[in-house]
Design a protein around this ligand. Structure first.
Ligand SMILES: *Cc1c(COP(=O)(O)O)cnc(C)c1O
Length: 395
């Protein structure tokens, strides 16, 4: 017997649930890529992406996933042999650093760990020791989707500034843009990147990079650039060149609709929604963890992200069994523990097109699974989430 008929719900951290409006926006013929309509679509999207990053700098759209946008960001500002300082807080900054190494950069990892955020004072100390300024770029993620860590990007920016070091500050916002505050210019970020398929509720396949004046200046002398990623190849008024070829028309229709939905809701409201749903998820996990099997991966409460919660399982309990039950019996797909947490955790995504019933449904299903599989857990997780939202969401 199952109770899974109905719409399967994706509670994985990307691709996320797409709004019906976004799906429908793609259900139309392509348009002439040389038309005025196409030009306007490009211009409004580039302007809106810069606004999402909160920068007066330039934005670029690539037909690529997040890995592509990583490469775009690196290739424009680095030269072979340049040193990149990677700030570890899970898997994704390390992945970005691996890309840099394969592209010919020298990579140093500022050791962190999977259970905590980057410590800004450690960044400052490391940069102060680099008296020769051999480090050319510092890379970090706002949210690490594997560990569930949320880094304080503003504080790291201040630490870099305090060190007096000229390295470019580069930030990955794939799992956070549109879900929580991000202030590229105010926080002193030179290059930011993101992708379409997480908080931005659009199909996978678009990568975004924004660059400030300093980054654009560095680009002039950098030698890793290749034609597809190059910012300078995308200059000028010709729309065709802005995509280095044919525009991904349907993905752009989808993105336009998704950003319109975000604007309708109001960005601040979207941030607040993520914060409420993130905390509701944490209330449930906190209750469950009293059974001594489940727990938060991120030790410090203030470092847990509002877009994904990574839940560890110990004492020989296999998260794969729980995930399988949720999917096969109840139609909810949870995220798998990845990297260092492979086989030891599952993840609940709460990013993008998510509301109270989606989150509470997911938490309810996890609770059903915990009961059915007789996994020890504290009672009242779902109730705690419901109570929290009842207190916080005003009449
Ligand atoms: C998903 C993700 C990526 C990689 O994006 P892909 O589209 O899968 O290439 C990079 N960084 C973060 C923080 C992510 O969550």
């Amino acid at each position: 017997m199952t109770v899974r008929a109905g719409r399967e719900f994706l509670a994985i951290p990307g691709p996320t649930t797409m709004p019906d409006e976004v799906l429908q926006a793609m259900h139309r013929p392509a348009i002439d890529i040389y038309s005025k309509e196409m030009h306007e679509l490009t211009d409004t999207l580039l302007a809106d992406i810069s606004k999402l990053f909160a920068t007066k700098g330039k934005s670029y759209i690539y037909i690529a996933n997040g890995h592509g946008a990583w490469e775009a960001a690196l290739s424009n500002v680095l030269s072979r042999g340049n040193k990149v300082l990677v700030l570890e807080s899970g898997r994704f900054a390390i992945g970005w650093g691996n890309a840099a190494a394969l592209m010919g950069a020298e990579v140093e990892v500022l050791k962190g760990d999977w259970r905590r955020a980057v410590r800004p004072h450690e960044v400052e100390e490391r940069l102060r020791r680099d008296k020769e300024h051999t480090i050319k770029a510092v890379v970090v993620v706002q949210v690490d989707t594997a560990s569930g860590v949320q880094n304080d990007i503003e504080a790291i920016g201040k630490a870099i500034k305090a060190s007096g070091h000229p390295a470019l500050y580069m930030v990955d916002t794939v799992a956070s843009l549109g879900c929580m505050p991000f202030e590229m210019d105010k926080w002193g970020i030179d290059v930011a990147m993101s992708g379409s398929q997480k908080g931005l509720m659009t199909p996978p396949g678009l990568g975004f990079v924004a660059a400030n004046a300093r980054a654009l200046e560095v680009q002039k002398k950098a030698n890793m650039s290749t034609p597809y990623w190059s910012w300078s190849e995308r200059e000028g008024t010709e729309n065709y060149r802005k995509y280095a070829g044919t525009a991904p028309v349907h993905l752009l229709f989808a993105l336009r609709q998704a950003i319109d939905l975000l604007h309708e809701e109001g960005l601040e409201n979207a941030f607040r929604r993520h914060s409420l749903l993130g905390e509701a998820a944490r209330r449930a996990v906190a209750a469950w963890s009293e059974g001594q099997v489940l727990g938060f991966n991120v030790a410090e409460a203030s470092e847990r992200s509002n877009t994904v919660t990574t839940v560890t399982m110990s004492n020989g309990h296999d998260p794969a069994l729980l995930q399988r039950y949720c999917k096969d019996k109840c139609g909810v797909v949870l995220g798998t523990g990845i990297g260092d947490l492979s086989g030891q955790a599952f993840r609940i995504a709460h990013m993008g097109h998510v509301n109270a019933p989606m989150l509470l449904g997911t938490l309810g299903v996890v609770e059903i699974a915990l009961n059915a599989l007789k996994i020890p857990h504290g009672k009242g997780g779902l109730e705690a989430a419901v109570a929290y939202l009842g207190e916080q969401v005003a009449v």
